[in-house]
Write a protein that binds this ligand. Structure first.
Ligand code: FES
Length: 142
């Protein structure tokens, strides 16, 4: 009889441990997500250069992040990370203002990516940009 009781006790302990594990393991995995390596793209296409008229901008994907390419009113190209340096909202080019704008908290950057008003504390990360065969190629500056 004592053998049967200890077997039952072991079974119940195992069941309780399994139940607790099934509840807490997903919580643990949520709180401590696995390391996900950042996309390591060093150079990407930001689309056709013909379709980007002077005084316009375009958002593109640079790995897992948004990028912004701007054809300035003089026709030259500039490219930046499109993540605002305040709280990471996506910035955009405003043709009416002729500068880069963050709608989240009224942040403004000039066409060199330097903050000129609002809360952004630092310039946008700048990328190098070239036109190759009718395509805009954006690369990280190392
Ligand atoms: S996130 Fe851009 S101004 Fe706040």
């Amino acid at each position: 009889m004592p053998k049967r009781r200890s077997l039952l006790k072991a079974f119940l302990s195992g069941s309780i441990a399994a139940s607790l594990l099934s509840v807490f393991y997903p919580v643990f995995r949520f709180l401590i997500p696995p390391d996900k390596p950042e996309a390591s793209a060093l150079s990407v296409s930001a689309g056709s250069s013909q379709d980007l008229a002077p005084n316009t901008g375009r958002i593109f994907r640079f790995g897992s992040r948004p990028g912004l390419v701007v054809r300035r009113p003089d026709g030259s190209l500039k490219a930046y990370s499109a993540m605002c340096t305040h709280l990471d909202c996506t910035v955009q080019y405003r043709p009416d203002l002729q500068h880069i704008y963050c709608a989240c908290h009224e942040g403004h950057y000039d066409l060199n990516g330097v903050p000129i008003s609002g809360p952004p504390p630092r310039p946008l990360e700048e990328y190098s940009v070239q036109e190759v065969g009718g395509e805009i190629i954006v690369s990280k500056v190392s």
